[in-house]
Design a protein around this ligand. Structure first.
Ligand SMILES: Cc1cc2nc3c(=O)[nH]c(=O)nc-3n(C[C@H](O)[C@H](O)[C@H](O)COP(=O)(O)O)c2cc1C
Ligand SMILES: [Mn+2]
Length: 486
């Protein structure tokens, strides 16, 4: 299911009672954050997407928390619930081998159109260029938020940052926040492990003086989310968006840079990064719940701003979890599970709890088959794409529900011999990790909370879990009213 543009998604949310329009004037400085933070953390009946119609000093509305619940996140990607994402990817990469011709045709009929939809399509005109400013483009016209009191300035928080590999020309789309230094200068916070930073390294290697950049705001929500997806290098995030929406992402050429941008985007900031230039970026109240201290990052110089006649400015606020980005990460977790299973087929399910802010904790469940199997999975995760930044991995048995944190805690606390069932290691950690003693490198822990047996060198007999017999359960179900219990 494809939304024509962000306004179409807003209409769907509004019709379903999932969006509230805030009509009174509000400030883009801190006030929107405090409102959004309360709504993002509220129980589901009060957790809504918010459209601020009157942001003081600006003439475009701000949309926030559009992804902030499992339902809205699923709708944004064209499914009814997030589990459907896992099923769709699983069908794509592990189709049940068809039995006869009719099944082969059915499978081809199901998969081919969705794959054809994946490749982006060039078009000549786009609504994102209804208004073009190349003479005097100014970031001051955009309702960019100052999120937290000690932030270094105003930040663009929900962008699609488009670059091309200077050597191969391949596109990357990443979600990297941008700090406003002045009306035409931005701080580019692509961290060392990310696609944009890799393009910058290549630019230095080949001696390129500039990396063209387009910062896209809005458009179909699947496109927005795809920018946050940790795809392997050289795989275009807009391909994933096209596959999700079942319709190619339509791209138009930028007006001042050799790049293409989604035609139906709301706002596009065009410019370039000089790979030699660095400037202090931050502090920024981050999704760790702490301020990331100032650090040197590249600088983007704006050459044009284009937009729709009536754009919506999309934003999010990150902070102490849970926030909107938790649900963006949940979608990633569900969608990438079948891909992770290609490399680690014994992994049956996984969960990244909100409190772990993506990288700090991964709970996986598996069926153990041979000595060292749990450790193989732990080390496997530490060697897999951006999963390699995971700090803690907890492994539980196949009957445990990894999404039930109470059940997981019960297993970990009772099943782990802390002298034997723990792997301590070191490796790359997320750029935002403040616990590591030096940036980007730190300690990791793997915890084997499975039941132990002779394969683990456990010489005793593992006790049996308590379960009531089915007959007695059925009997008590049947007689419940008789007992006079509520
Ligand atoms: C709301 C939000 C903000 C983010 N901000 C940043 C950021 O400032 N810098 C960064 O490197 N990654 C940031 N990320 C994570 C990246 O978007 C994510 O790692 C993505 O995989 C990057 O794309 P890439 O793999 O193509 O580089 C953010 C994610 C979200 C959801
Ligand atoms: Mn990428």
């Amino acid at each position: 299911m494809a939304y024509k543009d962000l306004a179409a998604f807003v209409r769907r949310l509004e019709k379903a009672g999932e969006l509230v329009r805030v009509k009174v004037p509000v400030s883009a400085e801190l006030e929107i954050t405090e409102i959004a933070d309360r709504v993002m953390k509220a129980p589901s009946e009060r957790n809504k997407a918010l459209l601020f119609e009157q942001v003081r000093g600006y003439d475009m509305p701000v949309l926030i928390n559009m992804f902030g619940s499992p339902r809205r996140m699923a709708w944004a990607l064209g499914v009814e619930n997030l589990e459907e994402l896992r099923e769709r990817v699983a069908r794509l990469i592990k189709p049940q081998l068809p039995q006869g011709w009719s099944e082969k045709f059915r499978l081809a009929a199901e998969l081919l159109p969705t794959l054809r939809a994946a490749g982006p399509k060039r078009v000549s005109k786009g609504a994102c260029q209804e208004v073009v400013n190349t003479q005097d483009p100014s970031l001051d016209t955009l309702p960019i938020l100052k999120c937290w009191p000690k932030d270094g300035g105003r930040y663009i928080t929900l962008p699609q940052v488009i670059t091309r590999d200077p050597r191969t020309g391949r596109r990357n789309v990443g979600m990297y926040r941008l700090q406003v230094y002045d009306a035409q200068t931005l701080g580019m916070h692509w961290q060392i492990h990310k696609g944009g930073a890799e393009h910058e390294r290549v630019a230095r290697e080949v001696g390129a003086e500039r990396i063209p950049v387009a910062v896209v705001l809005g458009g179909d929500p699947a496109q927005i989310w795809a920018a946050s997806a940790p795809l392997p290098p050289d795989i275009d995030e807009y391909m994933l968006a096209g596959w999700l929406r079942g319709k190619p992402v339509e791209l138009v050429p930028c007006v001042t840079q050799p790049l293409e941008v989604p035609a139906d985007a709301d706002i596009v900031i065009e410019g370039y990064v000089d790979p030699q230039e660095r400037r202090l970026e931050g502090p920024f109240g981050d999704h760790t719940g702490y301020y990331t201290p100032p650090d040197l990052y590249p600088v983007m110089h704006v050459t044009a701003i284009t937009h729709r006649r009536r754009p919506i400015y999309p934003a999010t606020v990150v902070g102490r979890p849970p926030m909107e980005d938790y649900w963006m990460g949940k979608a990633t977790e569900r969608l990438f599970l079948p891909l992770l299973q290609l490399f680690l087929p014994e992994v049956l399910d996984m969960n990244m709890p909100a409190e772990g802010v993506f990288h700090n904790l991964l709970i996986v469940k598996m069926r153990k088959r041979y000595p060292g199997h749990v450790r193989k999975v732990i080390h496997g995760i530490w060697g897999l794409g951006l999963m390699s930044l995971t700090k803690g991995v907890v492994v539980v048995d196949d009957w445990v529900d990894v999404h039930n944190l109470s059940e997981v805690a019960w297993q970990v606390l009772g099943n782990v011999d802390w002298a034997r069932d723990v792997v301590i290691s070191e490796g790359p950690v997320d750029a935002l990790d403040h616990a590591a003693y030096r940036p980007n490198f730190g300690g990791k822990i793997g915890v084997d909370a499975t039941a132990k047996d002779e394969r683990d060198g456990y010489p005793r007999t593992w006790p049996e879990r308590i379960e009531m017999s089915e007959e007695i359960k059925a009997l008590v179900d049947q007689r419940w009213k008789e007992y006079g219990l509520p």
